[in-house]
Ligand binder design. Structure first.
Ligand code: SF4
Length: 242
């Protein structure tokens, strides 16, 4: 359905809207218009997420300068639910705009991405299977820190100048193995991903892993790269304050 909230046409992907949802949107608009802060509460199960996402995604159409929404969640499960809901909201909005002949290329370019810890967005077996977040972070850093990479390059250079039988050179193909000193996914990302323009769309955690796997890039660093250009970022509260 399309509903007008103080003059803003809002595309809402369900056939019915609770009065609380409409009031929530009105208050949200007041805060955004005033460029201020607000604290809004709604009872559990009344559809806060879809209300907020529908309103913001429609508000951005008339106020493109409101270009970034940062949505914080407590758990990874909640993060994924928000991204799934966002997919539905954007799909409905774009279908309606298409029917009204108002779907521009710019609107279609919208990007949303979820960012979580390395352990949840990793392809390297040694990090993926780590027992704690701290262990995962430390193992990843031990393969990606600038000094480790510089040391490895130096070793490779020296190996290139020694006879083949005594060389310690490691094939780039082996870098993704848990026994290697560097992470091949990170190296590939540094080589091809850091300056790449990512296709628009909503990247759930699974779709970010799939996309990165196809490219051979690290999903965690790809997601971090994507947040610079994404219109909507969904991540953990801890990231905001850490
Ligand atoms: S760089 Fe990425 S893929 Fe490699 S270990 Fe770290 S998080 Fe995992």
């Amino acid at each position: 359905m399309r509903v007008f909230v103080d003059g803003v046409p809002v595309y809402f992907p369900y056939a019915y809207m609770y009065p609380e949802q409409y009031v929530y949107m009105c208050e949200l608009k007041r805060a955004l218009d005033a460029r201020g802060h607000c604290v809004l509460e709604m009872p559990t199960g009344t559809g806060k997420t879809v209300t907020l996402l529908s309103f913001i995604c429609s508000y951005q159409l008339i106020r493109p300068e409101v270009s970034k929404l940062i949505y914080c969640t407590r758990t990874v499960g909640e993060m994924d639910k928000v991204l799934q809901e966002l997919k539905r909201v954007l799909q409905y909005r774009n279908e309606q705009l298409q029917a009204e002949n108002a779907l521009t290329e710019n609107i279609q370019k919208m990007m949303a991405v979820g960012l979580t810890t390395r352990r949840n967005l990793c392809l390297h077996p040694a990090v993926k299977n780590a027992e704690s977040r701290e262990e995962a972070d430390a193992t990843c850093r031990s393969m990606t820190a600038s000094w480790v990479r510089a040391h490895y390059s130096k070793e490779q250079e020296q190996a290139a100048h020694t006879p083949v039988e005594s060389s310690n050179a490691v094939d780039i193909e082996d870098l993704g193995n848990s026994s290697s000193k560097l992470c091949g996914f990170y190296e590939n990302f540094e080589k091809d991903g850091r300056d790449a323009i990512l296709p628009s769309g909503v990247y759930t955690l699974d779709s970010m892993i799939e996309f990165s796997k196809e490219k051979g890039w690290c999903p965690y660093y790809t997601a971090r790269h994507a947040i610079n250009i994404a219109n909507i970022i969904v991540y953990n509260y801890q990231y905001l304050i850490d």
